[in-house]
Write a protein that binds this ligand. Sequence first.
Ligand code: CA
Length: 396
Amino acid sequence: MTWLDLPADTGFGPDNLPYGVFSTPGTSPRTGVAIGDRVLDLAAATHDPVHATGSLNAFMARGPAAWAAVRSRLQELIGDAAHRGDVEPHLLPQDAVTMHLPVEVADYVDFYSSRHHAENLGRILRPDGEPLPPNWTHLPIGYHGRAGTVRVSGTPVVRPSGQRKAPRDDVPTFGPTQRLDIEAEVGFVVGMPSTLGEPVPLRAFPDHVFGACLVNDWSARDLQSWEYVPLGPFLGKSFLTSVSPWVVPLAALEAARVNPPPRDHPLVPYLDDETHPWGLDITLEVRLNGERISRPPFGSMYWTPAQQLAHLTANGAALRTGDLFASGTVSGPERHQRGSLIELSWNGRKPLPLADGSTRTFLEDGDVVTISASAPGPVGTRIGFGEVIGQVLRAR
Ligand code: CA
């Protein structure tokens, strides 16, 4: 349903229309929409200055009715050949533009919502205890991260230094992490703010959340394991969080909605999602230096993004436009579905074999990690998320 000549298998068809921020040499960053292998200059095509601000925030703050109106107008513009002459001059090849961070990130929250990931980590780190802490099946565990170090795909990850102390060491030492890892996650971007003191109910998820992107929550496991008791993740996580440049509108994920897995026991009312299930059948793919090493299934997540949003506002904490909350590492039940190297290599004890005959436990300098994803769209199409990519640079 478009006059554009798109390959049948494009993840950026007329049912997707993800938003990003791009520039060309000598021009200012502005909003674009991905269509096939091109990007539509939304500021030029619509003459609306909200799309020329260099981030999606002002547009997202207009709210769901405005999002739906622009989406519907876009589908008209690319669906009806009568508009071809007006639109075509504003279509640029994606490989000729530079992508920027799409959102001015307000607050950043990271959850821990994959049961398989949490159980794997429990078995690795606390082999003599229960794999899940007692609160895990009652609430989506999360922490507040560092919004200022969320960067767009392509930003290199400089190997961080910090305090590390192995169990056999008497005292900690300071130096480059020896256990640099990835976490393949899905992030959700808040468009509409909420009022301080007023929780956002689960059913209001689509009134506040603008769309989804991919997240790589780079993690230094040795720094993390020494610092995290009793207050949780800090410098082992805050050096960089990478996001994909395209934000897939929530409206594009309607056909991907699925029921989450059965819960162990009834949930407290604000988390009960019986009538508003927001499981999403998104399949991630993790590549290391081009070789696929994992395919984590987001549909297997125990806690949905709607439950995460309800939980993070249950105490009356207010949402701001640009808030980003990430799912936590996505891991499925199978070995080839694990979304981190600490799981894939079982904390380094079972190195991951690679196609060239080498093995990997944690990341080495020069390694390139690419996370991509897609979800079912309407009528057999696919909704692509593009990718989030990063190369490891040696410690400075
Ligand atoms: Ca994480």
